[in-house]
Every structure is written in structure tokens, then in C-alpha cells.
Write a protein that binds this ligand. Structure first.
Ligand code: NAD
Length: 290
């Protein structure tokens, strides 16, 4: 099938995790979410993560903090969870208020509980191809999508547009690994890349993580390529009750007819991110018991 169903793949993973968790002996895995302030998207994302955790049988705790919290008080909250042996994994939902340095906070998380995989320890482990690393959930979800739809990466040219720490950079490291879903030739493009289309047209697998609606047009892709659209962009749509709809970074309507496989937005990469977060939580739990 040309259109990849991320909802179905993520559901498959959630069902597998439910069985896995049901078969665990002893206390259940426990995940905690720190949310600072009332950013509307963060409220939605954290609630969704909590709901899925509970569905799987993972205990979940929500720590709500005022957006005026000082950086040092937030560090204390992180340390409290680092030291709480009943919590196996946790995350701090971003974006954080401007007066807080994200990097300091994310690096403070105990690497063994860092289910988002954003700490330098886990990014370093990924670089070293250490299987103990917690891999950032969106890149991990992309690999899972490719694996479960039988897309091979070895010897392929993977082009990634975007060099962020949460998508582009970890993706590039994953595809470079000497691994079943690695062994690719990887090119990373970004806002300063010259003649972007000449590079994206060489991609057997094209990953778009830019944050610009319909940025990748049909003249930028190779025939029969596999396209993974990570972008989530709101565009005005008066026909919707909300007044907007979500589109990806790829001009889906025109690109879909010429490619082999493509993820839609919504319903592609998005749902995979939560599934991989839960998978990381179960991994953290199992590691803590060994
Ligand atoms: P970011 O803003 O940190 O990075 C965007 C990247 O795009 C940058 O590296 C930049 O160099 C590149 N870029 C910008 N303009 C460009 C241009 N004209 N040509 C080439 N490259 C250009 O964004 P991010 O956090 O990586 O997120 C990217 C998109 O993915 C956003 O829409 C975000 O909402 C979405 N996202 C989705 C998920 C998910 O679960 N599906 C997770 C994370 C991010």
C-alpha cells in the first residue's frame, strides 16, 4: 500500500506492549510527565501520552508546575524523579518557558530514565551504536515504520531535510548505524543547503522535518522514492470547526502519485512518537530490574 498507515502501526506496537506489560512480574512500570505552564499543545500531548500509558498498563504520574518556576526549582523536580526508584522513566514536556535553559534541564535527566533520549548521554550512546541508548521517539518511530513496511535501508541514499536535535540529527545517526535498519548513505540538508532540490531528487528515502507546510513539491522527489513526512503544520481552514487543519511538510496530493510509499499528516509519523515513548518506558523498567 502506498499510503503508510501510522495509526495502524502504532496500534500494533501498543497492543504488543500491552501483552508485554501484562506478562511482567512485580510492580508495574511507572512513567512521569513534567509539564511546566499551560501551553495548549503541551496539554494535549501530555494528556495523550498519559492516556496511552494507562491503556498499556503503565502507571503514570503528572507533575504540573507553574510557568514562573525558577530553573533551580525545576532542577530539584528533575532530581526528585531521578532519585525516585518507583519511577522508571520520565520526560519534561517542551517547550519550556524562555527563562529556562532546555539543554541544562534535559541533560539533568538520569540517562537510565531518559525515555525521550534527549540527554547528551543518550545521544552519545547512539553515536557509539550502544544498544542501551534510549533513542529519541520520533526518529525511532520513523525506523519502526520503515521496518514494519519492509523498506530496506542498506545501500540506500537517505536524505534528511532538517538538522534538529529531536529529529534530523538522531535520524542521521540511526541510518548510519551498522544495523539492519542502517547502513545507508546519509545526506542531511538544512536551511543553508544550496540547491536543495538537486539533493532531494537523489533520495531513495526522503525524510522531511522542516516545519513548513507543503514545502517538498513533486519536482523535488525521485520517482518511486519512500517519503517520510515528519512536519506538523497548522493551516487556516474555515471549513473546520477549529478554523485550521494539519498538513505536513510534503505536498501530499501531488507527491503521492509518483512515489512508492508516503506517510500522511496526520496519521503518519505523529502516532508513532507516543508508541515509541511507551516502548522506551518498558525498556527503562526492564533495565531497572536487571
Ligand atoms: P526545527 O525548527 O528545530 O528544525 C527545522 C529544520 O528545518 C532546521 O534544521 C532547519 O535548518 C530546516 N529548514 C528550515 N527551513 C529550511 C529550508 N528552507 N530548506 C531546508 N531546510 C530548512 O524543527 P523540528 O523540531 O525538527 O520539527 C520539524 C517539524 O516536525 C515541525 O513541523 C514539527 O512540528 C514536526 N515534528 C513532528 C513530530 C512528530 O511526532 N510527528 C515530532 C517532532 C517534530
Amino acid at each position: 500500500m502506498k499510503k503508510i498507515d501510522g495509526n495502524a502501526i502504532s496500534r500494533e506496537i501498543i497492543e504488543e506492549l500491552k501483552i508485554d506489560v501484562a506478562n511482567l512480574e512485580g510492580p508495574k512500570p511507572c512513567v512521569a510527565f513534567i509539564r511546566v505552564g499551560e501551553d495548549p499543545a503541551s496539554v494535549v500531548y501530555v494528556n495523550k501520552k498519559k492516556k496511552i500509558a494507562e491503556e498499556i498498563g503503565i502507571e503514570s504520574r503528572l507533575i504540573l508546575l507553574d510557568d514562573k518556576i525558577s530553573e533551580s526549582d525545576l532542577i530539584c523536580e528533575v532530581d526528585r524523579l531521578n532519585n525516585d526508584s518507583s519511577v522508571h522513566g520520565f520526560l519534561i514536556q517542551t517547550p519550556l518557558p524562555n527563562h529556562i535553559n532546555d539543554t541544562i534541564i534535559l541533560n539533568r535527566v538520569n540517562p537510565e530514565k531518559d525515555i525521550d533520549g534527549f540527554s547528551y548521554a543518550n545521544l552519545g550512546r547512539l553515536c557509539q551504536e550502544n544498544p542501551d541508548s534510549f533513542i529519541a521517539c520520533t526518529p525511532a518511530g520513523i525506523i519502526e515504520i520503515l521496518q514494519r513496511t519492509n523498506v530496506k535501508t542498506e545501500g540506500k541514499h537517505v536524505v534528511i531535510i532538517g538538522r534538529s536535535l529531536i529529529v534530523g540529527k538522531p535520524c542521521s545517526l540511526l541510518f548510519l548505524r551498522r544495523h539492519l535498519m542502517g547502513n545507508a548513505t546519509v545526506t542531511v540538508c538544512h536551511s543553508k543547503t544550496a540547491d536543495l532540490a538537486s539533493i532531494t531528487k537523489q533520495a531513495d528515502i526522503l525524510i522531511a522535518a522542516i516545519g513548513k507546510p507543503n514545502f517538498v513539491t513533486v519536482d523535488m522527489v525521485k520517482k518511486n522514492a519512500v517519503i517520510i513526512d515528519v512536519g506538523i503544520n497548522r493551516i487556516k481552514d474555515d471549513s473546520k470547526k477549529s478554523g485550521y487543519r494539519l498538513v505536513g511538510d510534503v505536498d501530499f496530493l501531488n507527491v503521492e502519485p509518483v512515489v512508492d510509499k508516503i506517510t500522511p499528516v496526520p496519521g503518519g509519523v505523529g502516532p508513532m512518537t507516543v508508541a515509541m515513548l511507551m516502548s522506551n518506558t518498558v525498556k527503562a523498567y526492564k533495565n531497572s530490574r536487571n
